[in-house]
Structures are given as structure tokens and as C-alpha cells.
Design a protein around this ligand. Structure first.
Ligand SMILES: Cc1ncc(COP(=O)(O)O)c(C=O)c1O
Length: 384
């Protein structure tokens, strides 16, 4: 590889690995939809997996002390959050925990408060369980997507409201909640005695110089009413290995969560555990380089968009650009981009049909090709 090239510039052919991302569309389409990146995971993960596979025996396996200690240290180092090994609940993925929490800690007919548009499983978890989805709109305030706090207060105050599902950093839109914003949300949760399930899967993908504040870290009451969900999968690009974890410091809440998952939620795959251990133990340098690369990609998009009718609010976190395409007045947003040769995520899947979500976790060459294709389509249809 050229000295100047970064490992993230490498174009990897993923078409033969049954990748969801790369098999959804015809080969000529650039897939920029589902949230995984076209980057190799760091060497430390590949080496740990190779060593584990070489052992050749793959029986029932539990999480190592080392993994739990590495998670504890990671939480301390990155978020100044003191957790204990005993607070960790290992999971084969984060989505199952969202659904499980809704089903176990609320009853049919209860309302679940969800700021949105949001990653669709936060909407699905209440709906599939016959709960009322009490959606609170996110609005643009001072250049950031934040929940409409008046609407949030009204939703939380409903007598059947039981829980808030929070996504921090928010997907899509990239909001990194400030401590003050979390404290305001916590006041509502406390006043109306709501459980908070905080999906923090994107918390190591912050592109600005702002800290991630875990909801549970803001005070003791917040810690006691929160199930925090995290994973190395987005950051280290190991979503296919199936590993996530919950942090639940309140013992009765943790016991109830553990009980609810008994017999239903399998233990994580041993390779997922192996990768997570390596990521948190030795992935820091790679992670720092990844963030630099993603920031550059975000900035490429931010510089390009003003030359088009498309708009984006500054993205603080994630590699998922949330782009307003309403000016195009399209009948089918998805079809327009597909015809341009780009497979995007449709905003309507998250709750706003005027938007697309574009995954820029890819080599710059691919991103630039995608931008060129979109520009060509805009020109062809006289938008430029
Ligand atoms: C906010 C959020 N939560 C959860 C997930 C998926 O979690 P998992 O693959 O661990 O089930 C995603 C994937 O894009 C996500 O964006």
C-alpha cells in the first residue's frame, strides 16, 4: 500500500461474503445503507480471532474476566464512568435487548416514549409488543437535532407512560446529548417514574470534540432507572460477530433483566467475545485513526451539500449522514438514488420520508464516486 494511503482507503471486495450491505442491490450500485463500514477491523481483532479459530475447539464459552475488566476500563477512560464488572450483562446483540426491555418492563397498552425519527428498532420494540409508541419529534435547534422538550414533557406525563427509549448519540442525526440535556430528560423520567433504556451503540463514533455522557452516569437516580446498551460492533466493524452488552447497576433491575432473557436470549458467540476483548484492550490507536478518517468523510459531504439543493445539519457523531432531500420533491426518494447508482437508507424507515441516511463509512474514493453519481443525477433532472 502507498505510504500516504491509510488502511481505510483500501477498497475491499465484499460481494462474495454474503454481506447484507453488498448483496441487497445489483453490483453496479454503491451500497451506502445499513450501518456497517467497508473497512477491515483492526489487526488486534483479526489476530485474536485467528488465534481463537486456530484452537479449533468451539464449545460453550463465557465472557472472560479480561473482557469485563477491559469494558470497565474503557468506560472509565472514555466516559469517566465508573462501573463494576458485576453490572455488565453480555448479549448476542443490542436489538434483542431493546425488545426484551420493552416486553418485560411494561404491559400491553402502556406507552413507550421515543424521540424520533430514530433507528427503526426503537419504534418497532413498542409496536411489536402492542405498546403505544409515544413518539416525540426531534427538531433542529441551534444547528442540532434535539427532542422537542415540551412534547417530551407532555409524553412523559401521560399516566400510561412507562419508559423512555433514548438513542445517544442519536441515529439518525448524530446528536451527542449534552449533560444538561440528559439532566433535563432525567428530571422528567424521575418525576414520572419512568425506566430509561439508553441505546448508546454509537458512543465511540463521536466526530466533534465533545464527550459522550452515558445517561446512567449523570447521577445515582439515573443509574438506578437505566438500562444502558453498548457494543463494539459499530466502532470496530464487527456487527456480524454478534456481541453487545448492557450495563445495569441497579441489582433488582439487573436480576429482572437477566431473568427475562433466560432461555430466550442466547449467550454471545465466542468469536464475538474474543473480538470485543481485543477491541477494548488494544483497539485505541486504530479507533483514533478511524475517527480522523470519518471526520474527513463527514466534512467532504458537508462541503459538497451546499452546492446542491440537499441539506444536512452538522453531524456530531456516527458515520450516517442524515440528509434532507425535500427540495427535490420526489415521488420515490429511494428510486431516485437507486437510478443514480446509490443504495441509501430511506428516511421513512426511521420516521421522516423527506430524508435519506447515507453511510459514509467507506473509502474516500467510493464516497467521491457516490457524490459524483448523485451530482450527475441532479444535473440530469435539472436540479443543478
Ligand atoms: C441505534 C442502534 N441500535 C442498535 C443497532 C443494532 O444493534 P445490534 O446489531 O447489536 O443488534 C444499530 C445498528 O445500526 C443502531 O444504529
Amino acid at each position: 500500500m502507498d505510504e500516504q494511503m491509510s488502511c481505510f482507503d483500501k477498497e475491499i471486495d465484499r460481494t462474495n461474503s454474503h454481506s447484507d450491505k453488498w448483496t441487497k442491490y445489483p453490483q453496479e450500485v454503491i451500497p451506502l445503507w445499513v450501518a456497517d463500514m467497508d473497512f477491515e477491523s483492526p489487526e488486534c481483532i483479526k489476530n485474536a480471532l485467528n488465534e481463537r479459530v486456530d484452537e479449533g475447539v468451539f464449545g460453550y464459552t463465557h465472557a472472560s474476566k479480561s473482557l469485563e475488566n477491559n469494558i470497565v476500563e474503557h468506560a472509565q477512560r472514555r466516559y469517566n464512568w465508573a462501573i463494576s464488572r458485576t453490572h455488565i450483562v453480555h448479549l448476542p446483540g443490542l436489538v434483542c435487548a431493546l425488545h426484551l426491555a420493552v416486553r418485560n418492563f411494561s404491559n400491553e397498552g402502556d406507552a413507550i416514549v421515543v424521540p424520533g425519527p430514530v433507528y427503526y428498532h426503537l419504534n418497532k420494540a413498542p409496536l411489536l409488543a402492542n405498546r403505544t409508541l409515544s413518539r416525540v419529534d426531534m427538531e433542529i435547534k441551534e444547528g442540532r437535532w434535539v427532542p422537542d422538550m415540551q412534547a417530551l414533557e407532555t409524553a412523559c406525563a401521560q399516566p400510561n407512560s412507562k419508559m423512555i427509549l433514548l438513542c445517544n448519540p442519536h441515529n439518525p442525526g448524530g446528536t451527542v446529548y449534552t449533560k444538561a440535556e440528559l439532566e433535563a430528560i432525567h428530571q422528567l423520567a424521575k418525576r414520572h417514574d419512568l425506566l430509561v433504556v439508553s441505546d448508546e451503540i454509537h458512543c465511540d463514533l463521536i466526530l466533534d470534540d465533545v464527550p459522550h455522557v452515558p445517561f446512567a452516569s449523570i447521577n445515582e437516580d439515573a443509574a438506578n432507572r437505566t438500562i444502558t446498551l453498548m457494543a463494539p460492533s459499530k466502532t470496530f466493524n464487527v456487527a456480524g460477530l454478534g456481541y453487545a452488552f448492557a450495563v445495569i447497576s441497579n441489582p433488582p433491575l439487573r436480576n429482572a433483566f437477566n431473568e427475562a432473557k433466560t432461555g430466550l436470549v442466547p449467550y454471545p458467540n465466542l468469536l464475538g467475545l474474543t473480538a470485543a476483548n481485543a477491541a477494548y484492550e488494544a483497539g485505541q490507536e486504530w479507533h483514533a485513526s478511524l475517527l480522523t478518517y470519518l471526520k474527513e468523510n463527514r466534512d467532504i459531504i458537508a462541503r459538497w451539500l451546499p452546492s446542491t439543493p440537499l441539506k444536512m445539519v452538522h453531524l456530531e457523531a456516527t458515520y450516517l449522514a442524515w440528509i434532507d432531500v425535500s427540495a427535490l420533491q420526489l415521488d420515490s426518494v429511494h428510486q431516485f438514488f437507486l437510478e443514480a447508482g446509490i443504495g441509501i437508507s430511506d428516511g421513512k424507515d426511521f420516521g421522516n420520508p423527506n430524508y435519506i441516511r447515507l453511510n459514509f463509512g467507506c473509502p474516500k474514493s467510493r464516497l467521491e464516486d457516490a457524490i459524483k453519481r448523485i451530482n450527475d443525477a441532479l444535473k440530469k433532472h435539472n436540479y443543478l
